[in-house]
Design a protein around this ligand. Structure first.
Ligand code: BGC
Length: 707
């Protein structure tokens, strides 16, 4: 008998250990983590190979080949390197312009939820897993360089590529991106931080000149790049736009000064596709690789003869390509054979991302989860029968698509009635309406903040005729909700959920899980409220033109970042502008209580740290997860500072009644601002308020600290 008890106890302990390992999928228990060669060793190796190369061979290394390749050099055992897009999974590209790329493609790749929804999870560990999965698929497809993460800033809700990026806040972006970089590179695939820098609109993207002051660059636009660099990113892609009058891809200020000197980046820099114009400037800028082919460097031999380009520049560029090549051990790479277990695992990460990324914005009288007395649930909308996804180079087809219709049918059975174009009568007579609206966001153009007419009409028809309307937004960025937000009973922001995201949506609607996403952006009431309003030259209009034909005739135009550091919630708080939903906001099916804020010290010494501790408790009846956020406020400063700045967050899973302690450490840098005179971070003494809360607006605890 005793033996049996011991056996059962041992068995339960073993199961417990196993479960915790599976749940955490911790890095420690996982596959081997790829270790790059350290800089000095890779540099030495690059030197020794460079010494064996002819000038022609060196020149062949510094521009792309067949659009997505670095040229091979069999004589020196250098294999070709294939690059592929990008942040939300591997873009399977059978054709690129006239080029047939079929033989290089993976059979299938997982379509993950879009990056802005990964940011909405506020879960850096999940970002690692997501990116590791993308990296594994790169290995399976022999892709040496992933052309991601895309990581520009959400400055304007209209930017067509916001879905590819990580929202408006530099701190949140940095935390998600550093784990993304580690995840991709743990598989031996190069992560490319793009697009450097201040590339925050797609409106005539090759013609825009971002005018940004130095402090703003360092406080808002550079921190995510810095975090990616510190995490070990092996490549950076420059951007299409000009920064303060210079094309980023050939600007010594952008590459040599900001990227290399100030941010400390030592590895490979490449241009965005067809984005540089002057070979002489390019060679002197710190740029290494012109993609997708030599255009500015087309006459490099002549430029060399004429003394416009020096051999030492070509040596530097070729060496940089070699350095990353050897650091990432490209010659020794073996193709991992993709198998179904790998894809299953990646799908489960995609599902988890969607579960944690969907944001519940509104839930009047707790209509969600949908109760069993709602017998007649009408479903209608844009992305019910087809999968929504962002377009352009980041597009990922995916496989095994879970359509909204099928997932909701599986969840609600006969209670769900689908109507493509319901009549007002049908809307009125339903017990509840699930109304899906959305936008088609893409690289290459910006789209209006206001919904397209048909979408606005659909949602108004629903909310005006049925007071139990749940709106499901499928979009890669912010949309205008001002005319129907109050009438909607509930709103779920579902982004582009990838191939399996609709399963997560169904689980949330049915109450199998509680939503836990929080907005990585502010949702403004009107576009004119936003800091970027007015960026389109007077008299011009938004357009959609994938071929870029319209772009050619358009003059270079200035985008003045006159709001400076006041981007996103920093802007709305400073200007006292009411928003629809604030940054960091998102509801759950349960409620959380914050208590016991303690600072490890009331005074802060310059080289110390302060530990901020508090407790979060689930005081509702359902299991849920909460992201507690920490903002600092400089009470008095010699320079203008935001009302609040995010400097820490933590997501915790909590059972009903459960509480967990949270500790967030702050250091000197967290309190500092960029001083353009000294070109460094400046730590100014004085009083600070530490705010802890559930969003940038919903502050639950506060304490003052003297620096
Ligand atoms: C995009 C890049 C992309 C490249 C290659 C460019 O148009 O801006 O993000 O990596 O194409 O597809």
């Amino acid at each position: 008998m005793q033996k049996e008890i011991i056996f059962v106890m041992a068995l339960s302990a073993a199961i417990l250990v196993l479960c915790s390992q599976v749940k955490g999928q911790s890095r420690a228990m996982k596959k081997e983590i790829f270790q790059p060669l350290p800089y000095d060793a890779a540099d030495k190796k690059a030197d020794s190979v460079l010494a064996l190369m002819t000038s022609d061979e060196k020149m062949s290394m510094i521009s792309g080949d067949r659009s997505f390749f670095i040229r091979p050099l069999p004589r020196l055992n250098l294999s070709e390197v294939y690059m592929s897009d990008a942040t939300q999974g591997v873009h399977i590209r059978e054709k690129f312009r006239d080029l047939d790329l079929t033989r290089y493609q993976l059979q299938k790749s997982t379509a993950f939820p879009c990056p802005i929804s990964l940011a909405a999870t506020w879960n850096p560990e999940l970002s690692y897993q997501y990116a590791e999965a993308v990296g594994e698929e790169c290995r399976a497809g022999n892709i040496g360089i992933l052309l991601g993460p895309g990581m520009n800033s959400y400055r304007i809700s209209q930017c067509g590529r916001n879905f590819e990026y990580f929202g408006e806040d530099p701190f949140l972006r940095a935390r998600i991106i550093e784990e993304y970089v580690k995840g991709v590179q743990s598989t031996g695939t190069v992560a490319t931080l793009k697009h450097f820098v201040a590339n925050n609109t797609e409106y005539f993207r090759r013609r825009s000149n971002s005018i940004v002051d130095e402090r703003t660059l360092h406080e808002i636009y550079l921190p995510p790049f810095k975090a990616g660099i510190d995490a070990g990113a092996q490549a950076v892609m420059t951007s299409y736009n000009l920064l303060n009058g210079e094309w980023c891809g050939q600007s010594a200020n952008v590459i040599n000064t900001i990227l290399r000197k100030q941010l400390g980046f030592k590895w490979l820099v490449m241009t965005d596709w067809w984005s540089v114009y002057d070979g002489e400037k390019l060679a002197q800028s710190g740029q290494d690789l012109e993609m997708p082919q030599a255009v500015a460097l087309k006459e490099v031999q002549t430029m060399l003869k004429d003394g416009k380009v020096k051999m030492e520049d070509i040596n530097r560029m070729a060496k940089s390509v070699l350095r990353t090549y050897y650091a990432m051990k490209m010659s020794d790479r073996k193709k991992n054979l993709p198998d179904s277990a790998m894809y299953d695992h990646h799908e489960s990460i995609a599902l988890q991302t969607a579960r944690e990324g969907i944001v519940l914005l509104k839930n009047d009288k707790n209509i969600l989860p949908l109760k069993s007395d709602l017998k007649n649930i009408l479903l209608t909308g844009k992305y019910v029968e087809k999968l929504a996804k962002g377009g352009g180079s980041a597009e990922v087809k995916g496989f095994n698509h879970r359509l909204m219709l099928d997932e909701l049918k599986a969840e609600f059975g006969q209670r769900l009635i689908y109507e493509r174009n319901p009549s007002i009568e049908q809307i009125k007579s339903a017990d509840a309406v699930l109304c899906n609206i959305g936008t088609d966001d893409s690289e290459g153009w910006d789209r209006a903040f206001a919904l397209p007419e048909d979408q606005e009409k659909r949602v108004l028809d629903c909310v005006n005729n049925n007071s139990n309307t749940v709106v499901i937004v499928t979009s890669g960025s912010g949309i205008r909700m001002t005319d129907w937000d109050t009438q909607a009973r509930a709103i779920l922001y579902a982004w582009y959920g990838g191939q399996i995201g609709n399963k997560a949506l169904a689980e949330i609607l049915a109450g199998k899980i509680s939503p836990s996403g929080k907005l990585p952006i502010t949702l403004e009431k009107e576009f004119k409220d936003s800091p970027g309003y007015g960026y389109i030259p007077a008299g011009e209009e938004l357009y959609a033109d994938w071929n870029g034909n319209k772009e050619k005739g358009h003059p270079v135009y200035d985008v003045r970042y006159s709001e400076g550091i006041f981007v996103g919630y920093r802007w709305y708080e400073k200007k006292n502008i009411q928003t629809l939903y604030p940054f960091g906001y998102g509801l759950s099916y349960t409620t959380f209580e914050y208590s016991d804020l303690v600072l490890s010290n009331d005074e802060f010494q310059e080289n110390g740290i302060v530990k901020v501790s508090f407790t979060v408790k689930n005081i509702g009846k359902k299991t849920g997860a909460e992201t507690a956020q920490l903002y600092i406020q400089d009470v008095e400063s010699t320079v203008p500072r935001p009302v609040k700045e995010l400097k820490g967050f933590q997501k915790v899973d909590l059972q009903p009644g459960e509480s967990k302690p949270i500790v967030i450490e702050l250091n000197k840098k967290d309190f500092s601002f960029w001083n353009p005179d000294t070109k460094d971070w400046f730590f100014e003494k004085g009083a600070f308020i530490i705010h802890v809360g559930a969003s940038s607006k919903d502050i639950r605890l506060r304490k003052q600290l003297e620096l």
